[in-house]
Design a protein around this ligand. Sequence first.
Ligand code: KG4
Ligand code: ZN
Length: 339
Amino acid sequence: MLIFATETSCDETSVCLMEDNKIIEHIIFSQEIHKKFGGVVPELASRSHLEKLQEITKEILNNPKIDPKKIDVFASTCGPGLIGSLLIGSTFTKSLAISYKKPFLAINHLEGHVLSTSYNNKIKYPHLVLLLTGGHTQIYLMENDKEITLLGESVDDALGEAFDKTAKLIGLNYPGGPEIEKLSKEGDENAFDLPKPLINERNFNFSFSGIKTHINLLTKKNMVDDIFKKNLSASFQKTIAEIIITKLKKNIGLLIEKKINIQSISVVGGVANNDYIKKKLEILFDQIKIELYYPVKEMMSDNAAMIAWACLKKYKYKENDIFFKPDPRLKIKDMNISK
Ligand code: KG4
Ligand code: ZN
């Protein structure tokens, strides 16, 4: 099975050619243009996708070793994400599918992230997925490989968004996650005592916007110099790790009460790149003997390989989504195979 997939839901333009479970070609172009605005500008993202998607597709399909006529199925992200960007990726990919007379599959971006760890791991069920991206912070339960159930999510900012907004408040570049992680290495993680919203609640939800408000106040009361930036970054990262660890421990306990004994957990999405959080999670799951999976590096941040992989997993259940309309708020349950 040869799959051609595109990803354009936010500020990465990406194309992948996957044969069975092997990545043949994969290009990820991260749009730099948003850096000077401190966040993604939707109109600029759309324009950049339009330009880059054609360029990188040509680069892949012009490879003399690849015969585009042999592609079995075309797939693209159809939500959630920026509507203009989704329309460009899906219309472009549908056009290729029509011209080569092959089926088109609509893939949910979040499902791409959720399924990404099954590319390099044999998943043990029941399985928990912690999805940490710039737009979503969610916990999913998978009792088998078909059904993905949302247990809880952030009631306000997503975790990546909290990293990005905190970075902006202290004058760091976009995306803020990697910047905060870098500065944290030289900071005192106990310098600031930050709030940990919802940490004691018996549910699967998160909240991060209160931390940002607290940090905003700190930037008004303190001099935002290098030491402040380093100490605040380290304290923020430590607080986030504590929230995640405490919540996960509680959530696993809540599931045990419901007779669901989690065997493994995946941490996916851009924030899963954070080595400090990773290390804390490794210690926890080593102690409680639950297997911890991460995607391969190139499937961590937004990428088309995870879209191709999700397409491969779904293709046997679906035939053609050529009339599927991209949806900026698409949910995984709208696309569950078992529906
Ligand atoms: O999954 P992703 O690439 O795109 C979305 O689907 O949103 O996630 C992007 C988010 C950004 O908010 C970025 O700041 C965050 O992931 N991120 C990180 C790190 N690398 C990327 N957050 C914390 N630490 C990192 N090292
Ligand atoms: Zn993503």
